[in-house]
Design a protein around this ligand. Structure first.
Ligand SMILES: Nc1nc2c(c(=O)[nH]1)N[C@H]1C(S)=C(S)[C@@H](COP(=O)(O)OP(=O)(O)OC[C@H]3O[C@@H](n4cnc5c(=O)[nH]c(N)nc54)[C@H](O)[C@@H]3O)O[C@H]1N2
Ligand SMILES: Nc1nc2c(c(=O)[nH]1)N[C@H]1C(S)=C(S)[C@@H](COP(=O)(O)OP(=O)(O)OC[C@H]3O[C@@H](n4cnc5c(=O)[nH]c(N)nc54)[C@H](O)[C@@H]3O)O[C@H]1N2
Ligand SMILES: [Mo]
Length: 691
């Protein structure tokens, strides 16, 4: 690899990049280019976390990039909304018309314009730079980006003080690892490598997950609790740690806040009570507490890898608070291979204000719309409380018609003939089907970007490996040109991608290191909380949060039952979770043939007893339904499903579903206790054979 200046095309045939996808691993990529064509994408062997290997999905990046269905020209709708009838238009025609439509709406009230974006690319430049500046200049509605991690994020902030925790590489040295709400082999493969090293050294691995996942298969124990009962399990564990005095009293006294109150609460949760809520045996709780407490007694390292799977339920924020409290009880933080990791993103010195330029709002305070309830928002008429009805929607890096809850409402909203919708995309997704304009965006192989990560502590740079395909342009360039067409003149709306890459971290990360090796490791401490120093207001691990109490909420964490708790409805007796499919990334890659072939077809895993009670045989077509809708797929009778819980894997595109829907036809727009996040895994259904 030769070091080049930013604007030179890299001369070598292997280009350093970064995986853009919404995954904790953020791998360093090596793309082989021949005659301007990317022929291979590999993991960079020089990057310690990537260690030369990629997941099945991203090793198919060339197949996705050169896919025959890539959108390569601007498209304008010519049929009724959602009819998928489009014609090619020039960039100038598209941008002139879009500029005129948005300008007219902005002249009435810019808050009627809503951006909708998430982490289709996690790049700081293609994700949140010129687009944010553009919408801030207009004074458009703000989007609350809650769809994934809001509950858990708030839970961490109000316990540890931020999205901080163990360094992932030290899991390799742990003696006990609880993999809690995470199918790591499928969605956090490069963490699994470290866990597997620990296992090889004799560590015990325990998986806590309603589904017997591929990861559960490889752990020593699996605790198949009911969805949304993790808070009760954590309280039951605390009860046992207290009763047996497996506590680090010195750590508790020096570095925690609210221990006496939390102790009182936990003592109300004997294993029998917790086990009844969780749908497991009291002995499983006792045994887990014994293992966890033993680490404290023997000076061994007890580590917890939480993931966002457990916080997509009503009590997700409180559950994360309780689990994040556990290491402090036994002083696990004293060891660099002990503690907990949910997200490392708080370690990155991202210069958000420089990238997004909130100063462009110039004192205006536009309303916020929660992306988790986009269905309701699009159907809401103007009112003094709500403000103007949403009149224009600009979607990029997201596929809300497939991924947002309660799809029937989302579709009804997107189908409004009076809504003006622009979608920046690689493919004609379910969302693009409802666009007035589809604008072709470049992929990671075709543009510059800079990345942070949420599963390790290395910043990464992505260089373009190939020229943009067809007429595709980077998101940044599309918003630059749209700004020009709308007569927006602030010079920062025209900053180049190269300049933005440098602005993302400013002086906080050495850009020359990023240019030379593609990644730069942040200097974070090995055992960050060995002596307190939590980034909370008190500097302690906050069992009790003054900030939550000041908002009128319980200052102490508690078990918060699901909105739709298991066994609470006779009409809908089964709890459905819809965790990621291994070969898809949310709704991305669903249209990549080799990966679609690996996944097969939309499936529902169901326990043999639940299937037998409904006369369902393996491979039958079933109707999964509740009061919100109806979703058809194939039944797979499987021990991966526990009794009473069905698993609808992956976010398939609706148009590939047997009846044109996917799992989100069934999920609700109810929100989490903290963070106003979605509750995808808090969803009751019934299943019936389709005859
Ligand atoms: N292959 C693949 N990788 C991915 C993704 C993908 O779609 N596919 N998605 C990415 C995204 S967006 C994210 S946010 C990250 C992390 O995404 P997560 O959603 O955390 O990913 P997983 O770890 O696969 O899945 C979570 C696990 O939680 C389990 N679970 C569901 N409900 C509960 C519960 O109430 N309690 C407990 N304890 N467990 C529960 C599920 O069965 C599943 O095995 O992964 C990313 N990585
Ligand atoms: N039922 C259920 N629903 C879920 C989940 C679940 O577990 N179960 N998981 C939830 C979670 S954790 C998340 S994070 C969300 C994810 O939801 P989204 O963030 O919407 O993720 P994707 O479905 O992957 O869609 C991303 C889209 O961005 C596009 N894209 C990628 N790169 C670029 C680019 O550079 N420019 C432009 N313009 N477009 C680009 C891709 O082609 C893709 O269509 O889904 C949520 N929905
Ligand atoms: Mo996510």
């Amino acid at each position: 690899m030769t070091a080049t200046t930013l604007s030179d095309p890299a001369p070598s045939s292997q280009i350093l990049g970064a995986c853009p996808h919404d995954c904790p691993d953020t791998c360093s990529l090596l793309t082989t280019v021949q005659n301007g064509v990317a022929i291979k994408v590999q993991g960079n062997p020089a990057h310690p976390h990537t260690a030369g290997s990629l997941c099945a999905k991203v090793s198919r990046y060339p197949e996705r990039t050169y896919h025959p269905e890539r959108i390569l020209h601007p498209l304008k709708r010519i049929g009724p909304k959602g009819s998928r009838q489009f014609e090619r238009v020039s960039w100038d025609a598209a941008l002139s018309d879009i500029a005129a439509r948005l300008s007219a709406i902005a002249a009435r009230d810019p808050q009627a314009i809503l951006p909708y974006s998430y982490a289709g690319t996690m790049g700081l430049v293609q994700g949140e730079s010129i687009a944010a500046r553009f919408f801030n200049t207009l004074g458009a509605s703000q989007l609350e980006r809650t769809i994934c991690a809001a509950a858990g994020g708030e839970g961490l902030v109000h316990t540890l003080g931020g999205k901080v925790g163990m360094r992932v590489e030290f899991f390799a040295e742990s003696d006990l690892i609880l993999i809690w709400g995470s199918n790591s082999i499928s969605s956090n493969l490069h963490f699994w490598r470290y866990a597997n090293q620990a296992k090889g050294r004799g560590a015990k691995l325990v998986c806590i997950d309603p589904r017997k996942s591929e990861t559960a298969d490889k752990c020593h124990e699996h605790i198949a609790l009911l969805p949304g009962t993790d808070g009760a399990l954590a309280l039951g564990l605390m009860h046992e740690l207290i009763q047996n005095d497996w506590l680090d009293h010195d750590y508790l006294a020096r570095y925690t806040l609210g221990w006496a109150a939390l102790r009182e609460r936990a003592l109300q949760w004997p294993p029998e009570r917790a086990a009844a809520v969780c749908g497991i045996s009291p002995e499983q709780i006792r045994a887990l507490a014994r293992d966890y407490g033993a680490c404290a007694r023997k000076g061994q390292a007890a580590a917890i890898r939480m993931n966002y799977g457990l916080q997509r339920v009503h009590g997700g924020g409180n559950a994360v608070r309780l689990i994040a409290s556990l290491p402090a009880l036994i002083g696990a933080w004293r060891h660099r291979a002990g503690g907990v990791l949910l997200s490392s993103s708080g370690a990155f010195p991202v210069q958000r204000a420089a990238l997004q330029r909130p100063d462009l709002l110039a004192g205006r305070k536009p309303r916020s719309i929660n992306m988790a309830t986009i269905g309701n928002a699009l159907l809401q008429p103007a009112s003094p409380d709500f403000g103007p009805a949403i009149a224009a929607l600009v979607v990029y890096n997201s596929n809300p018609v497939a991924i947002a809850p309660e799809s029937a409402k989302v579709v009804q909203g997107f189908a409004r003939e009076d809504l003006f919708t622009v979608v920046l995309e690689h493919f004609q997704t379910d969302t693009a089907d409802y666009a007035d304009y589809i604008l072709p965006a470049t992929t990671q192989l075709e543009h510059w970007d800079v990345h942070s990560a949420y599963g390790h502590t290395d910043a990464l740079l992505n260089r373009p490996a190939i020229a943009p395909l067809g007429k595709a342009k980077p998101n940044t360039q599309i918003f630059r040109e749209l700004a020009r067409h709308m007569g927006l003149t602030d010079p920062c709306l025209q900053d180049s991608d190269e300049a933005l890459c440098r602005q993302a971290y400013g002086d906080a990360v050495d850009f020359e290191t990023l240019l030379a090796q593609g990644f730069a490791t942040l200097p974070t401490p090995d055992a960050p909380f060995a002596q307190g120093h939590f980034p909370t207001p008190s500097g302690k691990c906050e069992f009790f949060s003054e900030r939550l109490a000041a908002r009128g909420l319980d200052g102490l964490p508690d078990h918060v039952p699901n909105h739709e708790a298991a066994h609470s409805s006779s009409a809908y007796p089964l709890a459905m979770i819809s965790p990621p499919a291994r070969n898809f990334l949310n709704s991305s890659f669903v249209n990549v043939k080799s990966l679609q072939d690996s996944e097969g077809e939309p499936l529902l895993e169901i326990h043999p007893d639940d299937a037998a009670a409904r006369h369902i045989a393996d491979g039958d077509t079933v109707r999964v339904f509740n009061s919100r809708g109806d979703y058809q797929c194939r039944a797979r009778i499987s021990a991966r499903a526990r009794a009473g819980v069905v698993n609808g894997l992956g976010v398939w595109w609706r148009k590939l579903g047997l009846n044109g829907t996917n799992v989100n036809q069934l999920t609700s727009q109810n929100l989490t206790d903290l963070g106003r996040g979605p509750t995808f895994y808090d969803c009751l259904v019934e299943v019936a054979l389709v005859v």
